[in-house]
Design a protein around this ligand. Structure first.
Ligand code: SAH
Ligand code: SF4
Ligand code: F3S
Length: 473
């Protein structure tokens, strides 16, 4: 999903005036240059954009939402599926038109596509000036100087250490209530379909102290919910340089939850092979750790899971679901599902449908398999499920998820939930919306409530996507 940020970083920008440079009148008056930043891909990429905005703010740039007035245009990209890259190529064509009118505009490609395609992007997309991979954002000021001196610039070095722990992200486009905090980077799993290990490099965990500091600071600034992010949060492990401290994911969760009972804690993504009972018990022990686990299954068939190199089988996955039900009876489980992976038979597809039912997902992200160059699957297996079969299977998965979501929502009618108010509902100014612990969206007449407050809402009816209710005392 594409999202355009429009956050305000004025409070972070130093007041120093730049001299002898001609920008738009507005930018000259403020002594700032303007950066337009568009982001694609997963939540971690959006989180990275907040790091980029912070680095740029320190270097005299303010964000703008007006492409035509930007001095620098950044696009933070995703490579996860072919269509994600197509979208970015489409946007680069649009930027190209703007650059024709404003030749001194710098166009930079950041993120996973930058990492995957490296300097090919400079060669193929002639008007790209800058290519920067996910571990090289601290080098942006140097790279921009290089571009200013007339040289295209590339830095796609991956790091084993970089976690940007020392950079305070500029919160972009948010509502001041919810924030995302990256706790680790990279991925050491080698799921055969996945490009992430190539674009994001080796897994590394961020210093637990810096995570807790960031969450505490957010709480003190009025934020009410933090989501801890990583490709595989259950393998989080921080060890102090002198070996004196060890923090695993369950311990980190507890430490963040202890900041204040009023601070909600969420996390994503859990890998079925790594999620421990210790994590589940920690969730049970803290009311403010939200009862929702994103536990992507990908496929419900053991043979397919093996070819995917997911390192768990159907029985293991169902055992984890059973543990969640036992330890956290009111916990929602959500998933990612891939339709039509290499060699998938009709029967194997049926196993995916049945595991979805057995797990009772409240929501899923559902995709057609898209072969990614260089991955294990691209090298070893044929992408042999015909397009129309992939589409039909995906549709069956989507239809089933629709039924499961509705069923789960119907079971909530009559129940009362604690809801963190996020703001006006999309459809009506008279209504607010917010989420319950299970991450379900609830819409209700706003009464005297305000965004950022916790309220109790009794659910009266539902659709597939939303619960509708009324405030109760
Ligand atoms: N780290 C997370 C997933 C990150 S990518 C995990 O392990 O679950 C997000 C989702 O994109 C994946 O869960 C998968 O469902 C989907 N995905 C990844 N590569 C894909 C591909 N080549 N084709 C289709 N979907 C893909
Ligand atoms: Fe990709 Fe697998 Fe790592 Fe998730 S765990 S990012 S799917 S390699
Ligand atoms: Fe896409 Fe990179 Fe995230 S490939 S899903 S932006 S880690």
């Amino acid at each position: 999903m594409a999202k355009q940020f429009s956050g305000n970083v004025f409070d972070k920008v130093q007041d120093e005036q730049r001299q002898g440079e001609v920008y738009t009148l507005e930018a000259t008056a403020a002594g700032k240059k303007k950066m337009y930043l568009e982001s694609y891909g997963c939540q971690m990429n959006f989180s990275d954009s907040e790091i980029v905005a912070s680095i740029m703010a320190e270097n005299n740039y303010v964000p703008t939402t007006a492409l035509e007035e930007a001095d620098v245009v950044f696009i933070n990209t995703c490579s996860i599926r072919e269509n994600a890259e197509q979208k970015v190529r489409g946007r680069l064509q649009v930027f190209r038109q703007h650059k024709k009118l404003k030749p001194d505009m710098t166009i930079g490609v950041l993120g996973c596509m930058a990492e995957r395609l490296k300097s090919k992007l400079l060669e193929q997309e002639k008007l790209v000036d800058l290519v920067v991979g996910p571990d090289a954002y601290k080098d942006l000021p140097n790279l921009l100087s290089q571009v200013e001196s007339g040289q295209p610039a590339v830095n796609v070095l991956l790091s084993r250490e970089e976690t940007y722990a020392d950079i305070t992200p500029v919160r972009l486009g948010g509502n001041g209530i919810l924030a995302f905090v990256t706790i680790m980077r990279g991925c050491d799993n080698m799921c055969s379909f996945c490009v992430v290990p190539f674009t994001r490099g080796r897994e590394r965990s961020r210093d637990a102290h810096s995570i807790i500091e960031e969450c505490r600071d957010l709480w003190q600034r009025g934020y009410k919910e933090v989501t801890l992010l990583g490709q595989n949060v259950d393998s989080y492990h921080y060890t102090a340089a002198d070996g004196s401290e060890n923090v695993n994911f369950a311990q980190l969760l507890a430490l963040v939850a202890q900041i204040d009972p009023g601070l909600r804690v969420r996390f994503s993504t859990s890998h079925p092979k790594d999620i421990t009972d210790e994590v589940l018990h920690t969730m049970a022990a803290y009311h403010n750790i939200c009862k929702n686990i994103h536990l992507p299954v990908q496929s419900g068939n053991t043979e397919v899971l093996k070819r995917m190199n997911r390192t768990y089988d159907r029985a293991w996955y169902l055992n984890r679901v059973e543990a969640i039900r036992r330890i956290l009876p009111d916990c929602a489980i959500t998933s990612d599902v891939i339709a039509g992976f290499c060699g998938e038979t009709e029967e194997q597809h049926q196993d995916t449908l049945s595991i979805m039912e057995l797990s009772g997902y409240t929501m899923s992200f559902m995709f057609k398999y898209s072969e990614r160059p260089g991955t294990l699957a691209a090298r070893k297996f044929e992408d042999d499920v015909p397009e129309e079969v992939k589409s039909r299977r995906l549709q069956e998965i989507i239809d089933l998820q629709g039924k499961l979501s509705l069923l789960s929502n119907e079971q909530d009618v009559g129940k009362t939930f604690e809801v963190l108010v996020e703001g006006p509902s999309r459809k009506s100014d008279e209504h607010f919306c917010g989420r319950n612990s299970q991450n379900k969206m609830i819409v209700f007449p706003k009464g005297n409530t305000q965004a950022g407050q916790y309220v109790k809402v009794k659910v009266e009816r539902c659709t597939q996507a939303t619960l509708l209710g009324n405030l109760v005392d």
